[in-house]
Ligand binder design. Sequence first.
Ligand code: AMP
Ligand code: ZN
Length: 461
Amino acid sequence: MLHLYNTLSRNKEEFKPIKGKKVGLYTCGPTVYNFAHIGNLRTYIFEDLLRRTLEKNGYVVNHVMNITDVGHLTDDADAGEDKMEAGAKREKKTVWEIADEYTKAFQDNMADLNLHTPDIWCKATDHIQEQIDLVKQIETNGYAYVTSDGVYFDSVKFKDYGKMAKLDIAGLQEGARIDKGEKKNSTDFALWKFSPKDEQRQMEWDSPWGKGFPGWHLECSAMSMKYLGDHFDIHCGGIDHIPVHHTNEIAQNEAAVGKKTVNYWLHGEFLLTNDDRMGKSKGNFLTLQALKEKGYDPLAYRYFAVSSHYRSKLNFTFEALDGAVTALNKLRHLMTIWDESTEQDEAIMEKFMMTMNDDLDTPKAVAIMWDMTKLENIDPGKKLATLLEMDLVLGLGLQSWFDIEETQQAEVPPDITELVQARETARAAKEWNLADELREKISQQGYEIEDTTDGSRIYKA
Ligand code: AMP
Ligand code: ZN
C-alpha cells in the first residue's frame, strides 16, 4: 500500500487513484530563461522517484510537464520583468531562441540524470487560447476584475484562498497595503497582463481584454486540466510553490470549475549550499554541466539526491558528492563481480518496496540495498537481480551501465585477451615481474586490468 505526504492535509495518506490503475501526474517544469541548477534538478529527481514508485506498484502514469516560456516575472507580486524577455536581452537573442536552447539543455540534464521523459511536454506559448478561455471562465464566475495593467484574480472573493499554504490572509493584506497598486487585495494576482505601452514585447497576443500575455500561474491550471481533466491525482513541485504558484493554481482551477481538482499535492524540499537555499537569483548555484566539467558523473549527483528524503533539506557539498561517487562506483564494481543475474530475492524486494511506499523513504531504501549487498547467505546472481530490480525505482542507471560494461568486455580484441590470459598464468605461477610487464603492455594498448576475487576484469582505459 502506497502512502504519500499530502501538503493539503499535512499528513501521510494512503494513495487512492481516481481511475483504477491510471494515475494523472502533473509536475511544474522549468522556466527556460537559463540553465536549471542542481537544486531545481533535485526536485525533478524526487518527481522521477515518485513516478517510478507508482509504476512499480502497477500504476500506469500519465505524466505531464510544462515548459514555462512566457509570463514568469522576476517578482512574485506581478511586478518586475518577464524572466524570458530579460534572459533574451542578456544574451542578445530572441526569446524564442533562448526558450529552445534552455529547453534542450534541460532535456539533456534529464537524460543525464536518468529521468523518465514525461508523456506530455507542453509549452505555455502553445496554449494561449486555453489560457484565455480559462480567464473567461473565471471572469464569468465572478472572480476576475480588470485594472489598467491587466486582469486580476480576486483572492478575497474566493473563500478558500490560501488554504493549502495556511496563509494568514488578514495579516498579509495588512502588511502589504502600500504596494498593491490598483489591485484590490495584496494577494490578488495577474491572470493576464497587458503589454507595456512604451515597449514592444517579443511575446504578446490579442485577448478580449487587450494585447498582452498570460500570468505565470495560469499556464499550469490550463494545461494540467486540458491534459489530465478537471479532477486528477497528483500535482508536484518544490516547496517554494506552496504559498504562491500552487495556491494561485488551486484558486484558478476551483474558481473556474467549482470543485476540487487535485487530490494530492506533493512538494520537494530545497537543496542548500552553505545552509542557504540554492537559487538562480542568489547567484550561489551550480549547474549539472559544471559538475560534469569537474569530471563528475551526473548519476553520482542522482545518488547523492536519492540518499536523502525528498521532504528534508539537503546541503550540497563536494565532500558529500565525492562520497556518492565512491558509493556508486562500489555498486558498479559489485555488479561486475556478481556478473550473472539469476532471480531476485522476493523478501528483500518486498521490504524495499514497503519502504519506498512509505512516502518514498529513499534513505531507508538505500540502506536496505547496501545491507543486501553484504549478505553472505544468498548467491551473487540473486544479489545482482535484486539490485537491478531496486534500481528500476532508484534509477541509478545500473542496468545500462552493466550492459555497456558487458559490451566493452565483449569488445576486447583477441590479442589483448591473450595478454590477459598470459598474465593470469604468470600470476598463478607467482612470476610477478612477468605479470607486471604484461600489465604494462596491456595498458600501452589502452586497456586496464582490475583484479577481483573472481579473476581479472579488463576494460578500455
Ligand atoms: P523554476 O525553473 O524556477 O520554475 O524552478 C523549477 C523547480 O525547481 C520548481 O519546482 C522549484 O520549486 C524548484 N526549486 C527551486 N529552487 C530549488 C532548490 N534550491 N532546491 C530544490 N528545488 C528547487
Ligand atoms: Zn506550475
